[in-house]
Design a protein around this ligand. Structure first.
Ligand code: BGC
Length: 757
C-alpha cells in the first residue's frame, strides 16, 4: 500500500498543482521521481473508446465492443444484465490499458429533444439510479474505475457549456440528483464528472454546494471529481469548490494559476493537498489492476446481442409477430443494410464486428425469399423513385419489414434535435408502403422518442430497436423471428406530439438561462398529473405472451417509515410462449403538505416465466419510497397517512393496488417564521398552541377595524383573505390594539414556538 500522506509531503508545490490538471487528453500527470504513474481515462459509456494514440485527442480508437446505448440498456430493466455489461467493459479496459471508463451518464431525459438522450438511461431517477449502480458495480468489481456523469442538471446540449440551469430545490433533489445520489451511496464510483452548465448561477465546475456540500458531505463520495472536458473556467475557484482534476491537459497556465494562488495566500495549500490525495488514492488503486491481455470478442458480442434483444421494445403488434412462415418478405429501408447502432460524439465506438440486420434476417429466414429496396435516401431529401420501388416489392410480398433510422448525425452530443420527427421522406414511405401492404412491420433505430401518430395506424407492428449496438442486427432478427420474446419496456415516455412534452415552453431557454418551470412534473409525472394522453407511456412494452398479476400482498398494513415495506405479487405466464415480464411498483401518496405527482416508480423486478408458470415477485420499499424533499426542512420527509402501492405492467397499466398506513418517525422542527401565513400558524400545532390566547382578540379587532359586514361590500370572504395573509400583516391591521409592535409580537411567538420544538 502506498503511503499517500507521505508521498504528498514529498511532492513539490509544482508537482501537486500539475497533478490536478491532465497531462494530455486522456492521461493524468505522472511524477516519475516519486513513482507516481499516469492514469488513463477514456469514454464511455457503452463501450471503450480508447484512442490508439493515447496522447492524441481524437484518433482512430482501438476496436471494442459497442454495446447498446444507455436508452436501450435501461429498457431492459434488468440490473443483473447491466452488471454483466459493466464487467465486460472493464475486461476491455484492462485489455486496452485503461484505468477509468467515463460513464455511466445518469442525466434525466427532461426533454425528448436532448441530443444526448441515447446516452442517458431514463426520465425516472429511480430507474436511472438502479441501472447506474449495477453498471458501476460491474465495472469496478474488476478493478477498473468509472466516472459518473454529468453532475449535474446537464439535460440539454444547446448552449451546454454556458447555459444557466434555473431549477428549484425540490426538483433538483427529487428529479435531477437522486440517480447520482443512489449511485454514489450504493456503488461509490471512483470518480464523478462535473457538467459544463451553470446550476442556479454557478458553473458546476465551481459549485461548492454541489461538489463538496452535497456530493461529499451529504452523500459521502470518496473518489475524485473530474471536470467535463474543458468545463473549468477559473481553476482556483474550481479547486476550492471541490473539483480535483481538470481535463484535458496540458494547461500550463492553469497549473501556474494554482501555484500563484498558493504563493499569494489566496488558496490554502491544504485544499490542494486534499485534491492531490483524492486523485492519488485512485491512481494507486488503478495500479493494483494489472493491465494487458485480450478480451473475449465473441463472448462480448454475444452479450451485446442479448442486451439489445432484451432492450428492444415491441410497441405494436396485431399478431403478425413473431414472423411465421411467410414465403416472401419485402425488406425495405437502408438501415437494414447500413446498421444505425450508435449515436454521435464522445461515446462513438469502433466496433469489433458489426451485425447487419439484412444478413441476420437471411441467416434466419430459412426458405423465405427476402427482397430488398433502399426505401429512403441517406440524407434528409426526397426521392419518389425510392418510394415507388419499395411499394413494388411490398405489394408482391406476404409482408413488409420497414427499417427506418434517423439521419446519422441527428442524435449527437453537442446539439439537440430540432424535432421528434422521422424525415418527411420516411413518413411518406411508411404511408405508401402500408397502403399497398397492410402487413407492414416497422423497425426503428433511434436513440430517443420519435413521433408516430401520423403513420402508426396503418402498420401491423412497430419494434423500437434503438441504437442497438454492434450486435443489434442479430438481435432484431431474434425478436422478429421469436427466438427472443421481447421484454423491453420504455424508460421514457413517447409523446403524441412535441407540444405535449413537459419542458416544451421552457426549452432550450433564452438569454443564457433555461428555467425548469415544470419543476418536479417531468416525464410521466407530468403526463399523469395533467392527464395528457401519450403515444406510449413510461414503462410500456409488449410481449409475445401474456401475464396475469394476482394476489398482491404487503408485509404489513401499517408501517413506520424507517421499517419500509415488502410488496409481493404472483405473476403467471398465461400465454403459450416463455417470456419475461417487468413488474413495476409505483407509490401514490393520498395526502401531503406539498403537492406530489400521482405516482412515482419506487421498485421493479424482471422475471422469466415458462408458459403456465407462476412466480412470486418481491419488491422492497424503503423510507425514501414514501418520502419527498421539503425545501423548508431541507431534508427528505415522510408524513403520516395512507399510501397506495400500485403494481403494474407500465405506468398506466396498473394491475393491482394495496393501501398501507404510514407513521412518520420524524420529529421535524417548526418552520414557522416571520413570513408565515395565518393558515401556516394555525396548521402547525405548536404555532396554534402559542397563538391561541391571542386569537379571540385578533378576531374581535378585525371586526372592529373592518366593521361587521365590510367584506360583503367588496364581495370577499374575510377568512379566505386572512388565512393566506402573513400573521405579521394581519397584526398590522390591528396594530393599535396590540401591547407591542407586530414585529415584536411575532418574534415573541416564534421564540415560544421554537422553545416547544
Ligand atoms: C463529454 C463527456 C466526455 C468527454 C471526453 C465531453 O465533451 O461531455 O461525456 O466524457 O467529452 O470525451
Amino acid at each position: 500500500m502506498t503511503d499517500i500522506t507521505n508521498l504528498i509531503k514529498k511532492m513539490s508545490l509544482e508537482e501537486k498543482a500539475a497533478l490536478c490538471t491532465g497531462a494530455g487528453p486522456w492521461t493524468t500527470t505522472p511524477v516519475e521521481r516519486l513513482g507516481i504513474p499516469e492514469m488513463i481515462v477514456t469514454d464511455g459509456p457503452h463501450g471503450v473508446r480508447r484512442s490508439e494514440d493515447i496522447h492524441n485527442f481524437i484518433t482512430v480508437s482501438v476496436p471494442a465492443t459497442c454495446f447498446p446505448t444507455a436508452a436501450c440498456m435501461a429498457s431492459t430493466w434488468d440490473v443483473d444484465l447491466i452488471n454483466k455489461v459493466g464487467e465486460a467493459i472493464a475486461e476491455e479496459c484492462i485489455a486496452t490499458n485503461v484505468d477509468v471508463v467515463l460513464g455511466p451518464g445518469v442525466n434525466m431525459k427532461r426533454t425528448p429533444l436532448c441530443g444526448r438522450n441515447f446516452e442517458y438511461y431514463s426520465e425516472d431517477p429511480y430507474l436511472a439510479g438502479g441501472m447506474a449502480i449495477s453498471f458501476i458495480n460491474g465495472v469496478q468489481s474488476k478493478g477498473v474505475g468509472t466516472s459518473l456523469k454529468h453532475f449535474a442538471a446537464n439535460n440539454q446540449e444547446s448552449q451546454r457549456t454556458t447555459i444557466n440551469v434555473e431549477v428549484d430545490e425540490r426538483a433538483l433533489r427529487e428529479i435531477y440528483l437522486p440517480a447520482f445520489e443512489a449511485a454514489v451511496k450504493k456503488a461509490q464510483p471512483w470518480s464523478v464528472m462535473c457538467s459544463y452548465n451553470k446550476l442556479n448561477g454557478t458553473y458546476a465546475s465551481q459549485n461548492h454546494r454541489l461538489l463538496t456540500e452535497i456530493l461529499r458531505e451529504e452523500w459521502g463520495f470518496e473518489g475524485f471529481v473530474v471536470s467535463d472536458w474543458g468545463a473549468v473556467h477559473d481553476r482556483v475557484a474550481a479547486l476550492e469548490a471541490g473539483l480535483d482534476l481538470e481535463m484535458p491537459g496540458p494547461r500550463d497556465r492553469r497549473v501556474r494559476a494554482v501555484i500563484d494562488a498558493v504563493h499569494s495566500g489566496k488558496l490554502d495549500e491544504s485544499a490542494l493537498d486534499e485534491a492531490v490525495r483524492r486523485i492519488l488514492n485512485i491512481v494507486f488503486k488503478a495500479v493494483e489492476t494489472k493491465k494487458g491481455g485480450s478480451f473475449d470478442v465473441v463472448k462480448h458480442h454475444a452479450l451485446a446481442r442479448r442486451v439489445a434483444g432484451e432492450g428492444m421494445v415491441l410497441l405494436k403488434n396485431n399478431g403478425i409477430l413473431p414472423l411465421k412462415n411467410q414465403k416472401h418478405l419485402a425488406v425495405i429501408g437502408r438501415s437494414a443494410k447500413e446498421a444505425h447502432y450508435q449515436g454521435g460524439g464522445s461515446s462513438h465506438i469502433n466496433p469489433t464486428q458489426l451485425d447487419i440486420p439484412f444478413v441476420e434476417l437471411q441467416n434466419m429466414a430459412g426458405g423465405t425469399k427476402l427482397s430488398y429496396a433502399e426505401g429512403y435516401p441517406k440524407e434528409d431529401s426526397f426521392d419518389q423513385g425510392l418510394i415507388d420501388d419499395a411499394c413494388a416489392i411490398a405489394r408482391s410480398a406476404d409482408a413488409a419489414l420497414l427499417f427506418l433510422a434517423l439521419p446519422e448525425t441527428k442524435e449527437s452530443e453537442g446539439y439537440d434535435r430540432p424535432d421528434l420527427d422521422l424525415t418527411s421522406h420516411q413518413v411518406a414511405l411508411i404511408k405508401a408502403v402500408t397502403a399497398v401492404q397492410p402487413k407492414t412491420i416497422v423497425v426503428l433505430n433511434n436513440g430517443a422518442a420519435v413521433l408516430m401518430s401520423e403513420w402508426i395506424e396503418g402498420t401491423a407492428a412497430v419494434l423500437e430497436a434503438w441504437m442497438m449496438g454492434q450486435a443489434g442486427g442479430g438481435a432484431i432478427a431474434d425478436v422478429l423471428y421469436g427466438k427472443v420474446n421481447p421484454s423491453g419496456k420504455l424508460a421514457e415516455t413517447f409523446p403524441l406530439k412535441l407540444e405535449d412534452s413537459p419542458a416544451y415552453t421552457n426549452f432550450p431557454g433564452e438569454y443564457g438561462a433555461v428555467r425548469y418551470g415544470e419543476g418536479i412534473y417531468m416525464g410521466y409525472r407530468y403526463y399523469d398529473t395533467k392527464k395528457v394522453p401519450t403515444q406510449f407511456p413510461f414503462g410500456y412494452g409488449m410481449s409475445y405472451t401474456t401475464f396475469e398479476y394476482q394476489n398482491p400482498r404487503l408485509s404489513s398494513q401499517t408501517i413506520q417509515d424507517v421499517d419500509g415495506l415488502t410488496v409481493c405479487v404472483d405473476v403467471t405466464n398465461t400465454g403459450k410462449l416463455a417470456g419475461k415480464e417487468v413488474v413495476q411498483v409505483y407509490v401514490h401518496d393520498h395526502k401531503s403538505s406539498l403537492a406530489r405527482p400521482p405516482k412515482e416508480l419506487k421498485g421493479f423486478a424482471k422475471l422469466e416465466l415458462m408458459p403456465g408458470e407462476t412466480k412470486t415477485v418481491t419488491v422492497s420499499l424503503d423510507f425514501r419510497a414514501f418520502a419527498y424533499y421539503h425545501p423548508d426542512y431541507k431534508q427528505w420527509i415522510t408524513e403520516d397517512g395512507e399510501f397506495d402501492i400500485l403494481i403494474g405492467a407500465s405506468s398506466t397499466d396498473i394491475r393491482c393496488s394495496e393501501t398501507v398506513t404510514l407513521h412518520s418517525t420524524l420529529e421535524l422542527p417548526s418552520i414557522l417564521n416571520r413570513g408565515s401565513t395565518l393558515r401556516e400558524w394555525t396548521e402547525d400545532p405548536r404555532g396554534m398552541n402559542v397563538l391561541a390566547p391571542l386569537y379571540p382578540q385578533m378576531q374581535n379587532q378585525m371586526q372592529a377595524v373592518f366593521g361587521g359586514d365590510a367584506f360583503e361590500h367588496i364581495g370577499m370572504d374575510p377568512m379566505g383573505f386572512m388565512m393566506d395573509t402573513p400573521l405579521m400583516d394581519v397584526l398590522h391591521f390591528i396594530d393599535s390594539s396590540l401591547p407591542t409592535s407586530p414585529e415584536e409580537t411575532v418574534d415573541e411567538l416564534l421564540v415560544k414556538v421554537h422553545k416547544i420544538a
